[in-house]
Design a protein. Sequence first.
Length: 152
Amino acid sequence: GQAEQAAAFYVSIFKNSKITDVSHYSEAGKEQHEQEPGSAMVVAFELDGQAFTGLNGGPTFKFSEAISFQIMCADQDEVDYYWSRLAEGGEHGPCGWLKDRFGVSWQVVPTRLNELIADPDTARAQRAFQAMLGMKKIDIAEVERAADAVPA
């Protein structure tokens, strides 16, 4: 029931974003959709040029972590920005995951993390991965320190 509010929230966070269309429920089919006539049914929006559609489908349809949106971040400033904005009113999860106030799951991932955990030096990659496992928001400098740590 909050597709329009969610779209407005996301559009306020991502650059080059806009709501492109909102269609509304009518009296027709009210027995099936059980939504108030005039309320938003489908909200089309773009986040940095990528098209999305939000549907107010009622309480029958729930969000889960089985679907999430991944934001690849160039640096720690981007990680911090998206993490703090999307988590407003939501909850922090492990390993760069969070749920926003609407229950949508996001992965806020620095590209550097992927480089470190794919390092050809498998021991270095494992140290980076292990460091990430202990984090909520990813701290690039901390993952790099762990990857570069000399084992005792």
